[in-house]
Design a protein. Structure first.
Ligand SMILES: *Cc1c(COP(=O)(O)O)cnc(C)c1O
Length: 394
């Protein structure tokens, strides 16, 4: 057995925690990109919508189409740039792109013109709504992330270009922080400089009497740490799924007087497929990197790196079986790994074994613990849980 249990109640709980920390009227744009950080985009999107989230965000056009085909009609931001051949589908499915240069705006305008001029396509499923006069885009301003968006000094001209278009309109303006999840002065100063450039860009647009629409910049880290940067909308991702962004931990926030308690949403669960009796001197897995120094028992678990248990993590993973933690020994294989349970444990064949998850799953580790042991971040642990691990919604 290899499953990912998704505790949707915890997702709803986390949304409520976020909402508690927002200023009145601030919208939430929930990141459900990368299959909702591995949790399953459609189910998670439907849950967060039930919780009152106003916007969703994805990385690709295909991810947006998956949500539209599941009947979701909320606004969906596409956070990464799309290819030329995706533009028609982007517009047809009424997905909202981030734009930041003239050429890209022209391509989107062309696609919008084509769709608006063809009535039959306009009325197809998930399409631009009939009463919508223009296709909405958000202007991305690069204030220091160096990824997408225009320079702050070019924001005004691009906003003018969009405002003058017959087919597209400006629904919002955004930027993205490069170091908001750090707490040292150097990084805080950098984030501060980003928000100042962003504010200047917004002001330059408004000075042209152009409505900037929904102004948004904060992902998980900044929205809690810097409530004054919430503007009209925030874009949480990792905190929806129960993990803190970088150094913005619950302890750090509580020192600042911010109450924020979130719960992991995913549990990665397997079971014991066999128990092996080892005498002293027997080795485990490829490379024989671990050898028993005494008589012991080994539990074989049918989960490996092809399921998302990163192979660089061995040793380092501990698995919870019947309320106790046992260390994984030797290298993690593609489809299996082995844990040492010792001579005295009561572990039986087919007992449930939890790699990480919320307390109620029986887990004794979180994805943060795994990430720490492996020199990575919970984002990677969660998004690496592969397709063959069935998502079970609870
Ligand atoms: C992924 C992403 C987010 C969410 O980030 P978290 O750190 O998971 O909160 C927000 N905005 C943009 C542009 C992103 O790419």
């Amino acid at each position: 057995m290899r499953i990912a249990e998704i505790y949707l109640g915890n997702l709803a709980y986390n949304i409520a925690q976020i909402r508690n920390n927002l200023r009145p009227g601030v919208k939430i744009c929930a990141a459900v990109k990368a299959d909702a950080y591995g949790h399953g985009a459609v189910r998670c999107a439907k849950t967060v919508i039930e919780c009152g989230v106003e916007f969703l965000s994805v990385a690709t056009v295909d991810e947006g189409i998956e949500l539209r085909e599941a009947g979701i009609s909320h606004p969906i931001l596409v956070l990464s740039l799309c290819d030329a051949e995706e533009m028609d589908a982007l517009v047809k499915n009424n997905l909202t792109p981030l734009v930041g240069d003239v050429e890209y705006i022209d391509l989107i305008e062309k696609a919008a013109k084509k769709i608006f001029n063809s009535k039959s396509e306009k009325n197809s499923e998930g399409a631009i709504s009939a009463n919508q006069e223009k296709f909405i885009v958000h202007l991305a301003v690069d204030t220091g992330m160096g990824r997408i968006g225009c320079l702050p000094c070019d924001a005004k001209d691009l906003a003018k270009k969009i405002a003058a278009s017959q087919f597209i309109s400006l629904g919002g303006v955004c930027t993205h922080f490069a170091s908001a999840d750090e707490t040292s002065k150097k990084y805080r100063d950098f984030a501060q400089s980003q928000v100042e450039k962003f504010s200047a860009a917004i002001n330059s647009i408004r000075a042209e009497k152009i409505d900037a629409g929904i102004v948004h910049c904060s992902s998980s880290a900044a929205l809690l740490d810097r409530p004054e940067w919430q503007f009209n909308m925030v874009r949480p991702g990792i905190i929806l799924y129960g993990y803190n962004a970088g150094k913005i931990t619950s302890e750090y926030l509580s020192q600042k007087g911010i109450k924020f308690d979130i719960k992991p949403v995913m549990a990665l669960v397997t079971n014991v497929s066999a128990l092996r009796h080892f005498t002293k001197g027997m080795s485990v897995s490829y490379g024989c990197t671990w050898t028993s120094d005494k008589e012991t028992k080994i539990a074989v678990l049918p989960i490996g790196y092809a399921d998302g248990l990163l192979c660089r993590s061995s040793p380092g993973i501990e698995v919870a079986i019947n309320g106790k933690k046992y260390p994984v020994r030797g290298r993690v294989c593609m489809d299996q790994c082995m844990a040492e349970i010792g001579m005295k444990s009561d572990v039986k064949r087919f007992d449930r074994a939890v790699i990480f998850g919320p307390e109620e799953s029986g887990a004794l580790c979180t994805a943060q613990d795994l990430a720490d042991a492996q020199g990575t971040i919970p984002y990677e642990i969660l998004t690496c849980v592969s397709k063959r691990v069935k998502r079970v919604y609870l």
